[in-house]
Write a protein that binds this ligand. Structure first.
Ligand code: ADP
Length: 287
């Protein structure tokens, strides 16, 4: 059984500024396992980014508890402990331009490990490895400003990989990209998931969500549903209530079902869905 990396119990969070209080998260109880690929869905304003910032110690819960890597986060936690935990959680944000810190790609990727005081030889190794993982090695001496959005985002991901976190949170990291950039970044995320990193993906694209092991749906700051992509995208009432669309693969399966062709598929990712549809149609034509 995999270890729990993030655990919250009855967690509440509110923003407080001047005399204004804005409660955003309510009674969130979750348990995220090491090596899992979790997607968080929900309408704009449902609290996804706020929750991600609770996971990365930016937002401190107003009440309830959070444990990261088995360590309870409360007023007793020391600065050193918090620093060690922060190193284990990397975040990739929406705007690739805001995440570039150096003018040359490899310098940008080296920035994180340099800040951690890692020795130069090890930094070199990490930078090469990280650029290899995101498929940007040949761009290592290129100017960051001349890259496409998708390439920049992959460099930003390499910068996070070079810090070697256990958990990587992607907060709408494909939202500002064109379809090619989005697909490049998604392929990178899938590769990291296969490598065993714990992935938390916040997205508006249902076709990205289908790749996750688990989807958590937030609605008005509460967990409205939590299950596999199959379970989530079969719950029509919940989808309607929470304003979520269907992924393309599910729409196609539903259209076939209407025509009397019912296909059992264990995965909604395009490849497994297409494989199951093709097998089912072949079987049918044989009858
Ligand atoms: P999502 O990521 O699902 O779009 P957010 O977590 O960004 O949702 O926002 C949830 C709610 O919290 C929204 O109503 C938003 O306006 C509010 N909010 C977000 N950041 C702040 C902040 N710094 N101060 C006050 N309210 C905020």
């Amino acid at each position: 059984m995999a270890n729990t990396v993030i655990k919250t119990e009855n967690l509440n969070f509110q923003y407080e500024s001047d005399d204004k209080i804005k409660p955003v998260l309510f009674d969130v109880s979750l348990d995220i396992k090491e090596g899992s690929f979790v997607c968080i869905l929900g309408r704009n304003g449902s609290g996804k980014s706020t929750l991600a910032k609770v996971f990365s110690l930016v937002n401190k819960p107003t009440s309830g508890t959070i444990e990261l890597f088995g360590q309870k986060i409360d007023e007793n936690i020391t600065e050193d402990q918090a620093y060690e935990i922060r190193k284990k959680i990397g975040m990739v944000f929406q705007n690739p331009d805001n995440q570039m810190v150096a003018t040359i790609v490899e310098e940008d990727v080296a920035f994180g490990p340099e800040n951690l005081g890692i020795e130069p030889q090890e930094i070199r190794r990490r930078v090469d490895e990280a650029l290899g993982i995101v498929g940007m090695k040949e761009f290592s001496r290129h100017s960051s400003s001349q890259l496409s959005g998708g390439q920049k985002q992959r460099v930003a991901i390499a910068g996070i990989i070079a810090i070697s976190p256990d958990v990587i949170i992607f907060d709408e990291s494909t939202a500002m990209l064109d379809p090619i950039g989005r697909s490049e970044v998604m392929q990178t995320i899938l590769k990291l998931a296969k490598m065993g990193k714990t992935i938390i993906l916040i997205t508006h694209h249902m076709d990205e969500a289908v790749h996750a092991d688990r989807i958590i749906v937030l609605s008005k700051g509460r967990v409205a549903s939590d299950g596999t992509p199959q379970e989530i995208f079969s719950d029509e009432k919940m989808l309607e209530d929470t304003g979520l669309a269907l992924p393309q693969s599910k729409t196609i399966l539903n259209m076939l079902k209407e025509k009397g062709i019912e296909i059992n598929t264990d995965g909604l990712d395009p490849l497994s869905a297409a494989q199951n549809i093709s097998d089912a149609l072949k079987k049918r034509s044989r009858i």
